[in-house]
Design a protein around this ligand. Structure first.
Ligand code: SF4
Length: 423
């Protein structure tokens, strides 16, 4: 597998003799195998990042800034793959940041290489459910469906927000609302009590954001109209609080509670889900009583100091998050942990032991493996306590699955029919 390089105008080159490499945190690793890039994968140049390749002759890693094309030497940069949903990233790109590099947008940069049969990426498919495949969302049915919703609810700000999310941000859960199926977004929170380094809707880390944070607080009427229509009509429906374009939904628990209670008075169909940082267990308990059926709690680490380095919590701690997960599982809510995976950190001894302990101790049902989308240089590895070298994400997955035989693994929130099947 040859080292991939990006030249001017993002032209791709394969290095004449260096092999592809990746990074586990800041440690280079030679790429021995990889998956062919799947439909929906993006190959990206990393401007200002030098490529790192492996020299099989000397057995050492080399940093590449230029290659000879014809008679001239040309500046080249590292290349990363950004896998579609369903693929676990095994290694970060083989790349070293130079001081001239701009901050990269929020993508899950992954090691890539050039094989005889085409480009490959360092990933493992961990969720084969097709409903989230990128191909399912490129449909001509979307635009007229959005128009129909807008016509029916001309003054509903949530409908207008989701129309923007569906067309500008290509958000799958916003598109699901209009396409009348599965998990639909219901964003409403403007505030958040975390300051994640890689927040996707607020520039806490100075990076460019993927979405603009929602600029209004919807009324319960606006939200109930959207929720009741989706739950009563859509295929295997879920209404989901805690989307990419909002803050933390638990900070708006009173509004969420009213929405769930009033919608449940209109329809018993489907499931209410919440994607959350799990920071406020008492508020969460009220929502369970109101009728919340599934939850996804995000974690970057189960080691308190390392968790704080990324989430930078305000007014809560990892022990509050554990209380929320435990309470949720005990109350029979389908409880997923959304683990923000970062090779070189997640797959170290202390991190792995703490994570397995947390899952066992809280009783969570399912682990969602989320490739953390962030400029690799922004992830606060240096502020973390890590014991020992990374043992690789494939080995990590084998060990964690072995240690947690009753827990499910994948990438997506369950539908009502899956919850019925799995519980
Ligand atoms: S919990 Fe979500 S909204 Fe809050 S800072 Fe983190 S990514 Fe941003």
């Amino acid at each position: 597998m040859k080292l991939l390089l990006a030249g001017e105008n993002d032209t791709l080159y394969a290095h004449p003799f260096l092999r592809a490499a990746g990074m586990a945190g800041e440690e280079p690793v030679a790429l021995r195998s990889g998956a062919p890039v799947a439909y929906g994968t993006r190959l990206m140049s990393m401007p200002g990042w030098d490529a790192v390749g492996f020299d099989p002759g000397s057995g050492s890693f080399e940093t590449v800034q230029e290659i000879k094309l014809g008679r001239r030497w040309r500046r080249v940069f590292a290349v990363a793959a950004v896998p579609p949903p369903g693929y676990l990233r095994l290694l970060l790109p083989g790349a070293k940041r130079t001081p001239a590099a701009p901050l990269l947008p929020l993508w899950a940069y992954t090691a890539a290489g050039a094989a005889a049969r085409g480009e490959i990426m360092a990933t493992l498919r961990v969720d084969r459910r097709r409903r989230w495949d990128t191909a399912c969302y490129d449909t001509p049915a979307l635009a007229p469906a959005i128009e129909a919703w807008k016509k029916r609810y001309p003054k509903n700000r949530i409908v207008a927000q989701l129309a923007r999310c569906a067309t500008e941000y290509f958000c799958s859960t916003a598109r699901n609302l209009f396409l009348g199926r599965y998990e639909a977004a219901l964003p409403l929170a403007r505030a958040c009590n975390s300051r994640c380094v890689g927040c996707i809707s607020k520039r806490h880390g100075g990076h460019p954001c993927s979405q603009e944070r929602i600029g209004f607080s919807p009324s319960a009427d606006e939200a109930v109209d959207v929720a009741a229509r989706h739950l009563s009509r859509a295929r295997d429906p879920v209404v989901s609080f805690g989307q990419g374009c909002e803050g933390e939904p638990l900070t708006a628990a009173t509004l969420v509670e009213e929405i769930v209670r009033r919608t449940r008075a209109e329809t018993p169909q489907g499931v209410f889900n919440m994607n959350t940082n799990g920071s406020l267990p008492s508020a969460f308990e009220r929502l369970v009583k109101a009728g919340l059926g599934s939850v996804r709690v995000s974690l970057s680490s189960a080691v308190a100091g390392n968790y704080d380095a990324y989430f930078r919590p305000r007014g809560y701690s990892l022990s509050d998050v554990k209380r929320t997960i435990r309470l949720s599982a005990r109350r029979g809510v389908f409880t997923s942990i959304n683990l923000l995976v970062f090779p070189g950190v997640t797959d170290t001894k202390g991190e792995t032991e703490a994570f397995v302990d947390l899952v066992e101790e809280t009783g969570a049902n399912f682990i969602q493996l989320r490739n953390l989308s962030i400029d690799p240089s922004l992830y606060p590895v240096r502020g973390m306590k890590l014991d020992g070298a990374a043992f690789g994400m494939s080995e990590w997955l084998r060990l964690v699955k072995e240690a947690l035989p009753r827990v499910g693994f994948g990438c997506y929130n369950p539908t009502p029919s899956e919850i019925r099947r799995w519980t």
